[in-house]
Design a protein around this ligand. Structure first.
Ligand code: ADP
Length: 602
């Protein structure tokens, strides 16, 4: 065990221990001070850092909010100008942006457009287009494709080096910041802010911010340009469809859902009528079934002609021929038919005219042949008579008795008359064909006129008149009717002449006139050779003769003259006939009775 005295530490030891402790204490204190300072420094730094981080965070949030709003505005169906106005407003939240413009460069025309330009000095709000490309600040950004921060000193420097030779707008800014915009991969625009006050100084971080905004604006511009292109191309297609001369129609669910102005013109109905009725509403009733059938086959994807014609009836009641070509399409996600329609009326009319002309030509050729046949036959007999009589007179003049000479001369005279009548008839037909017959009705004592005509026939057809009985049933002789004498002579002379000519000896011809309230009914019936049924349809054509005439002379002109004269008198003619039994020609001429006592006879 140790004693207390043994445990006593010598004083100098204590002193030295104390000194050592005091040194340690100072050192500790210094260390503590240093560490305290370090901690305080760290805290201060950390505080600053946190503050900066918070500011950065806030800035990032602001940026994000602004970019979100730019993106949102870009799709908000605003006009391009309204969109840029919004961007300008939002830009003001990021940096000094009192003066701001957007420039778009058009490489094709080498000009600049300023769709948005707000500047306190250059005139508040402007929109400029086709501004010539020069060597200004905007062009400098376009050329360098980099953000450019310009103050007075830099401007001077750029001017000195010839980079900037022509400034546009007010150049007295204190700070100018322009950033390039990439549109479809090409530097094609500049977004600019500038300030005229001494306090405005844009820096690199402003340039970064503006570049971010410019990126968003560029995307929006691309979108606006695409929409604009689409609109323009739509407008171009619309213009083509609206102004094309072809009718364009879309039919869906049985109705026209689109019809261009040409369709309206071609069909001759207003647009609202076309759009509000079934698509067949204007089609000619006879053509509806086939149009509908083809339409349905097309919708069922069955084989069907792409082109065909049909008729429509216009609002005014005219019939038009249309040529149509159609295809099945999708219209608003449902099946429809796209139809192209051309007015073929003029062509159809031209074809019809050509057909008629051809037919006429054929008829004329036919008639010419018949005329030649008739002339070569009918002229030969009188010419032979003339020739024979002339020869007789020439060679036997001295030996002929006076009555023989007179007879030869009469034969010549008769033959000449016969030929003259034939030629007169040919000329008459020619005049009738050329529409040169005249209609001059006047008061005519019709019975007296008929009796006179019969006397003329008796003298010119003495032989026949002697052998055929003529039964007359005529109105009282004082009856006066409103008739054209020349036309009536053509009608009655030919009908009676034919009846006498084509009726065998001993048979009868009946001539009846009946006066109605406003017409004269003429009947010339006979018991003659009749007319074969096959010859009846063309009986009234010039130079047309029935197959059973045998050796009976004739030109085939008489009935043609009768027909034309009846037509000019606005009347009608009919014939009934039986071979070997006889024929009956009935003519009705409109007229009026001029003699007061007669109200019609029977
Ligand atoms: P044509 O000079 O031959 O008599 P028309 O034109 O007067 O000429 O008559 C045309 C044809 O009609 C005649 O050729 C004849 O075949 C027929 N025809 C006309 N009238 C009669 C009639 N009364 N009886 C029989 N045939 C007739």
């Amino acid at each position: 065990m140790t004693t207390w005295s043994e445990q006593l530490v010598p004083l100098h030891d204590l002193q030295s221990q104390h000194q050592a402790l005091a040194r340690d204490y100072v050192a500790l204190q210094a260390e503590w001070q240093r560490q305290k300072q370090a901690a305080s420094n760290w805290l201060e730094r950390r505080g600053d850092e946190l503050q900066a981080e918070a500011a950065e965070q806030k800035k990032a949030e602001t940026l994000q909010r602004i970019f979100y709003r730019i993106a949102e505005r870009a799709t908000a169906n605003l006009s391009f100008y309204e969109f840029l106005q919004t961007v300008h407003g939002l830009l003001g939240e990021l940096l000094y942006a009192r003066n701001c413009y957007v420039c778009l460069y058009d490489a094709q025309s080498n000009t600049k457009d300023f769709p948005y330009y707000v500047d306190e000095r250059d005139g508040d709000r402007l929109q400029l287009s086709h501004v010539p490309y020069r060597r200004g600040l905007t062009e400098f950004v376009l050329r360098t494709a980099k953000p450019q921060l310009i103050d007075a000193a830099r401007l001077q420097q750029l001017q000195a080096t010839g980079e900037i030779t022509q400034g546009s707008g007010d150049m007295s800014f204190t700070s100018w910041l322009g950033v390039p915009m990439q549109i479809r991969g090409v530097t094609a625009g500049v977004l600019t802010v500038q300030g005229y006050e001494p306090s405005v100084h844009y820096d690199a971080s402003d340039a970064d911010l503006l570049s971010f905004v410019a990126n968003h604006v560029s995307s929006a511009i691309e979108r606006y340009q695409a929409i604009d292109e689409l609109r323009k191309s739509e407008a171009r297609y619309r213009l083509v469809i609206e102004s094309v001369g072809v009718g364009v129609v879309v039919v869906q669910a049985g109705r026209m859902v689109f019809a261009n102005p040409s369709m309206v013109r071609i069909v001759g109905h207003p647009l609202d009528y076309l759009l509000s009725n079934h698509f067949t509403a204007t089609i000619h009733p006879d053509d509806v079934a086939q149009v509908v059938e083809r339409h349905q086959r097309r919708l069922r994807n069955e084989p069907v002609e792409t082109n065909y014609g049909f008729r429509v009836i216009t609002q005014g009641g005219d019939i038009r021929w249309l040529d149509l070509s159609a295809v099945k399409i999708e219209w608003g996600a449902a099946d429809a038919t796209l139809m192209f329609v051309v007015d073929a009326t003029a062509r159809m009319q031209a074809e019809q005219t050509r057909r008629v002309a051809l037919q006429k030509q054929g008829e004329l050729n036919d008639m010419k042949s018949r005329f030649i046949a008739m002339a070569s036959h009918e002229f030969r007999t009188p010419l032979a008579t003339i020739h024979g009589s002339v020869e007789l007179l020439r060679h036997y003049q001295n030996r002929l008795r006076p009555e023989q000479k007179a007879e030869a001369l009469k034969k010549i005279d008769d033959a000449v008359h016969r030929m003259t009548r034939m030629l007169e008839n040919v000329l008459l037909i020619g005049r009738a064909d050329a529409g040169q017959l005249e209609f001059n009705p006047q008061a005519l004592a019709v019975t007296r006129f008929c009796l006179g005509l019969i006397d003329e026939l008796r003298s010119s057809m003495a032989v026949r008149c002697d052998k055929v009985k003529l039964v007359l049933d005529l109105p009282p002789s004082d009856l006066e009717l409103w008739l054209d004498e020349t036309l009536l002579r053509n009608i009655l002379g030919n009908l009676l002449g034919n009846a006498l000519k084509y009726t065998p000896d001993g048979k009868t011809v009946f001539f009846t006139l009946q006066v109605g309230t406003d017409s004269l009914d003429i009947k010339v019936a006979d018991e003659g050779i009749g007319i074969p049924e096959a010859d009846l349809p063309r009986l009234f054509e010039s130079f047309q003769r029935a197959s059973n005439v045998g050796t009976i002379a004739g030109t085939g002109l008489g009935l043609s003259i009768v027909r034309d004269s009846v037509t000019w008198h606005k009347g009608s003619i009919e014939v009934t006939s039986q071979v070997n039994r006889g024929s009956c020609f009935s003519v009705v001429l409109p007229t009026k009775i001029l003699t007061p006592n007669h109200q019609g006879t029977s």
